[in-house]
Design a protein around this ligand. Sequence first.
Ligand code: ZN
Length: 266
Amino acid sequence: MIETPWGILPAIPIYILTAILGASFGSFANVLIYRLPAELSLVTPPSRCPSCESRIAWYDNVPILSWLFLGGKCRSCKAPVSIQYVLIEAASTLISVFAVWRFGFNYSGLAYGLLFIGLLALVIIDLRHWLLPFAITIPLFFVGLAGSVFFDLLPWQAALIGAGVGFGVFLVMMFGGKLIFGREAMGGGDVVFGAMAGVFLGWQLTLLMIFIASLLGTFMALIMLILRKGVNGRSVPFGPFLAVALVVCIFAGQALVDWYIGVLRP
Ligand SMILES: [Zn+2]
């Protein structure tokens, strides 16, 4: 049994509903991953096969199942359809089921599920295009803000201060990097990501996230230096490190802060 907004219900149908929703979110994440960097509209034109341009019917666009049924090929031209579509849909399904299991079938489960699926899309887009699109970070910011205003994600003051700190630190890093190094170490995408993360984390954990992401980034830069891949300029985007650090802070941030305070004051 599981607690839902409609009362206590059997868990299995709720998890099946969650999985269907998660797969649909994954399908939409695929649309974001392909269309946002190309600056294409999210609604028009309807999905087409990139090889033969034939329109994809709704029954060939069912998340996961259509890809399996068609053997990963376009119905018209038999061109292979990237396995990435089905992997993103499967990952989103698992993420959603996990979010409901961890946070409940309620607004928290929905908000964290959307956040993690959004982070997945952001990581893939940033790795390929060095972009953290506002079209993903701004809606997620409002998902977090609504969670603190209307639900019990965080007290709304904590969420707003967190957003301000995240926004401010990245803004300073952006202009500071420009002043000191003469090039942009951060972009506007990072600044809005900071505000989005802050609304979910509050200010202490936002600072911890930036610290962890910087450690991971430095570690990666060292590895690439050793492997002689060159670290001049930004050879790896910062977004994936931020995403990993954000997830670490959501699940372990408070424990890390408590542990650190314990070390300082034994
Ligand atoms: Zn085709």
